[in-house]
Design a protein around this ligand. Structure first.
Ligand code: SF4
Length: 355
């Protein structure tokens, strides 16, 4: 067991970085227990349930709830730092938005979520994604039961539904809430590689549940009769972008009754690829690190996307479920030739952003 204490800091900014937590983390088996971030900050956001046109375009949800600005799962490829880099909470914490090893959480989010859920006009209600830039079941969010409280607040009001997206099997503790509203909730734990790659993924997703734990959670959801979807995102080059791995993932998704299959390439923004390649190399996964490094070149990234789309389509087509595919794709970064190819062979591709 070890204890981490971070000193307090105050800010008069709209985002108040007010306090800090004594994070006590118990680890029993260093080989299987998740790692943990070493610095945890508390912030107060302004938002509860927000409309999310971008996620609506993705076909995921019309609204979003987020429980902080930095998720303690600490995935090396996380793109949230790029999206939220100007947010005051990073400055208040004295942390680099692109850095690793810390979390920023807002324990008060459920209060605003409850208010918004209650006061939104009926015509403005819809599906809420929990979450889009953080994770409501990350270790620091669990300390305040943020996932459960947000679920209860949203589902207590009519006209709302929820899409759960997490990388933490702790969500299973809240399946009783989901079960009470099973028609209004879709459950998804990201499955980013087949179980045979679990050790490698532990390196790049150090504080999330293991791949087998996530799959077990999805199977439990299915067994309870909950609605599920598959989130295969991101499928990293050299680890989970080959046809064999994707066929295995599709079979796993079918086994847990996925209504839809979402897939995405790794987001190359910010330092995601540099961090991921460096982390893999440090752990001795040199071939995988080289594969990630390679797609830092635009033309290689474009080629990786074309191969990935083809493999995901092939795996779903072979099972007769290509119609369930939602391959989320920002065309920026594709070569003109690859973009034209995918336009022609884009079954299941959801085109996003500016072209
Ligand atoms: S679980 Fe998602 S939000 Fe959290 S660090 Fe990983 S990629 Fe980022």
């Amino acid at each position: 067991m070890f204890v981490v204490t971070q000193s307090l800091m105050d800010s008069k900014d709209a985002m108040t970085m007010s306090a800090i937590v004594d994070a006590t983390i118990e680890t029993t088996d260093p080989d299987t227990a998740p790692a943990a971030v070493t610095r945890e900050y508390i912030t107060t956001l302004k938002t509860g349930i927000q409309p999310s046109p971008e996620f609506e375009k993705k076909g995921l949800a019309s609204h979003a709830v987020n429980v902080g600005t930095k998720c303690g799962h600490d995935c090396s490829y996380c793109s949230t730092g790029s999206v939220l880099r100007m947010h005051d909470s990073f400055k208040a914490a004295g942390e680099d938005p692109f850095g690793l090893g810390y979390a920023i959480v807002d324990p008060t989010v459920p209060e605003r979520v409850a208010y918004d859920a209650r006061t939104s006009r009926p015509e403005n209600r819809g599906m809420v994604q929990l979450c889009t830039t953080t994770d409501a079941w990350s270790p620091e969010a669990q300390e305040y039961a943020l996932g459960r409280k947000c679920l209860e607040a949203i589902l207590s009001q009519p006209g709302w539904s929820v899409r759960v997206l997490t990388k933490n099997a702790a969500v299973t503790k809240d399946f009783d809430v989901v079960k009470q509203h099973r028609d209004r909730v879709l459950v998804g734990l990201s499955v980013t590689a087949p179980p045979s790659k679990a050790q490698i993924m532990r390196v790049v997703e150090p504080c999330a549940s293991t791949i087998p734990e996530r799959i077990a959670a999805m199977k439990e959801a299915h067994k309870l009769g909950l609605r599920t979807y598959a989130m295969l995102c991101p499928l990293l080059p050299g680890i989970a972008d080959d046809l064999e791995s994707i066929e295995e993932l599709v079979q796993i998704g079918l086994d847990f009754g996925a209504e839809e299959f979402f897939a995405e390439p790794v987001n190359p923004r910010g330092r995601a690829l540099i961090h991921t390649a460096g982390t893999l190399r440090q752990a001795g996964y040199n071939a995988e690190a080289a594969a990630v490094d390679q797609i830092r070149h635009e033309i290689e990234w474009s080629g990786y996307v074309v191969r990935l789309v083809g493999n995901v389509q092939a795996a779903l087509r072979a099972q007769g479920v290509l119609g369930k595919l939602r391959f989320l794709l920002y065309p920026a970064g594709l070569t003109a030739e690859d973009a034209a190819f995918l336009r022609e062979h884009g079954d299941g591709v959801v085109w996003l952003g500016k072209e």
